[in-house]
Design a protein around this ligand. Structure first.
Ligand code: GLN
Length: 489
């Protein structure tokens, strides 16, 4: 696979900061990588182009004047199309927001995370492909068509933040932002062999993230290495008065944590994440990564998370319920697409029928049903109770261990089309990522190696930590990466 010519995020920023390479050169390298490969890979749905070059030249002028450029100086970053960007369209890969039309919705403001990236010196490379409104696990449900796996174009790159993952895996940018509601950062990171972080719920501002399921959504970074992910997370994390669920807690030094090692850390290994039927091509690399943590000084402890098996059922009630409410705003009056109607009701109906794709309509129907009088107690309330039990599973486990390690996904990247017509099978692919989302805890996926026959595909190790335990995640992810590099060299 292609590699980013300037090292990782950290090296790129340092080289630009020292003036060894200009931000403009870096921006041009990113744009030409996108130009060369995007037609085949479908990572970007809008490219910043000239606007990015202008930002880069401005950065170069500031450096020439002796100004400090920030921790992400000249680092091109791909932005999931669910995040608002000033001057670039934001469509969530949905026709309802004008995806694929001459007039895609263009918000007049930046999401807080985008504003923070820019303030840190990063360059917005463009908007990354996704499943429509982030509903999916394969980047196939959106209006732009699929994002493809850089190692095998007949396969998915995962989803819903598949475009962001491909941008990093195919070295179009050294970092990208995605959003994770039930696994949408971790699973594509696992499939494409990059690092992906779902922060603690509330650690990163959701202001300017188009809402899918508000009690679950979190923004987080993808990067080609662990330190790069730590640096990007450090830049976007922290309290934001514009998001009332944002946590007012200090941001740890994630980068320093990456090199701190795992001596004495207790790592829980939950039996529910290693069922007998787990594919050997996933279990092998994950077990090898666990062994590398043990060699680095961590203590592996078998644990139980008994409510894990109810996570898929609970999530696929709660997330659609919240989505059915959040998506009510797309009515043909306020945003994007408008289909004419005889009266207001038929305008709403026609706009929503034409504007939303199949999966989004399925979620709206499930969610509306689960919230309706008579079914609320049986489905929504029950799912909320199960969510509490899942959170308590983790609380109990974290009294015994510092960290939990498991596979990120039950399979390697599957074939495009393989699960698209069978929603239940698609939903089951999320089995290992949904519990951490429902519990609101911190989790990430770090490459654990590759497995499979002639064309091996990446496998991710998922690490989970208590709320605001991101620094612990980076300690363990850093140790895994160091062990893998030692083997490779
Ligand atoms: N695959 C899950 C879903 O379809 C999670 C998506 C996400 O995290 N945005 O809802």
């Amino acid at each position: 696979m292609a590699t980013w010519p300037f090292g990782g995020v950290v090296e790129t920023a340092e080289r630009v900061g020292r003036g060894e390479v200009s931000a403009e050169e870096v921006a041009r390298a990113s744009l030409s990588a996108i130009e060369a490969e995007n037609g085949e890979l479908g990572a970007y749905v809008a490219v910043a182009g000239e606007a990015m070059l202008r930002e880069a030249r401005e950065l170069d002028r500031r450096r020439a004047r002796g100004e400090a450029l920030g921790p992400l100086a000249g680092v091109p970053v791909g932005i999931k199309d669910a995040l608002c960007t000033r001057g670039l369209p934001t469509t969530c890969a949905s026709r309802v927001l004008g995806a694929g039309t001459a007039r895609p919705w263009s918000p007049p403001y930046d999401a807080t995370v985008v504003a923070r990236l820019r303030a840190a010196g990063a360059l917005v490379a463009g908007k990354c492909n996704m499943d429509e409104f982030a509903m999916g696990s394969s980047t196939e449900t959106g209006a732009y068509g699929p994002a493809r796996h850089p190692l095998d174009r007949a396969r998915t790159a995962g989803g819903s933040s598949g475009g962001s993952a491909v941008s990093v895996a195919a070295a179009m940018t050294p970092a990208a932002l995605g959003s994770d509601t039930g696994g949408s950062i971790r699973q594509p990171a696992s499939f494409t062999g990059v690092v992906g972080v779902k922060p603690t719920y509330g650690r990163v501002s959701r202001y300017g993230l188009v809402a899918f399921a508000s009690s679950l959504d979190q923004v987080g970074p993808f990067a080609s290495d662990v330190r790069g992910a730590a640096r990007v997370l450090g830049a976007i994390a922290g309290h934001d008065a514009l998001d009332s669920t944002s946590l007012d807690a200090p941001v740890d030094d994630y980068e320093a944590a990456c090199g701190r090692g795992v001596e004495g850390l207790r790592v829980g290994v939950p039996e529910e994440y290693f069922p007998a039927e787990l594919a050997a091509e996933v279990a092998g690399p994950v077990r090898a990564a666990l062994a590398s943590l043990e060699r680095a000084g961590a203590r592996l402890c078998p644990i139980k998370l008994p409510f894990t098996r109810h996570a898929v059922a609970a999530y696929y009630i709660i997330a659609p319920a919240e989505a059915s409410s959040n998506l009510a705003r797309f009515d043909g009056v306020r945003y994007g697409l408008r289909e004419p109607g005889r009266d207001l009701a038929s305008l709403y109906g026609a706009t929503r029928a034409r504007g939303f794709g199949l999966e989004v309509r399925r979620r709206i129907m499930i969610g509306t049903y689960a919230l309706s009088a008579g079914y609320y107690d049986a489905y929504y309330l029950k799912a909320q109770k199960v969510r509490t039990l899942i959170r308590r599973d983790f609380e109990a486990a974290f009294r015994e261990v510092d960290l939990i390690a498991a596979p990120t996904a039950p399979t390697v990247a599957f074939r495009l089309g393989e699960k698209l017509d069978d929603p239940l099978t698609m939903y089951l692919n999320d089995v290992f990522t949904l519990p951490a989302s429902l519990a609101g805890i911190a989790a990430l996926s770090v490459p654990a190696g590759r497995a499979g026959g002639e064309a091996p595909l990446p496998v991710g190790l998922q690490l989970m930590a208590p709320p605001l335990g991101e620094a612990t995640l980076f300690r363990a992810a850093g140790a895994c990466e160091a062990a893998a590099r030692a083997v490779a060299s």
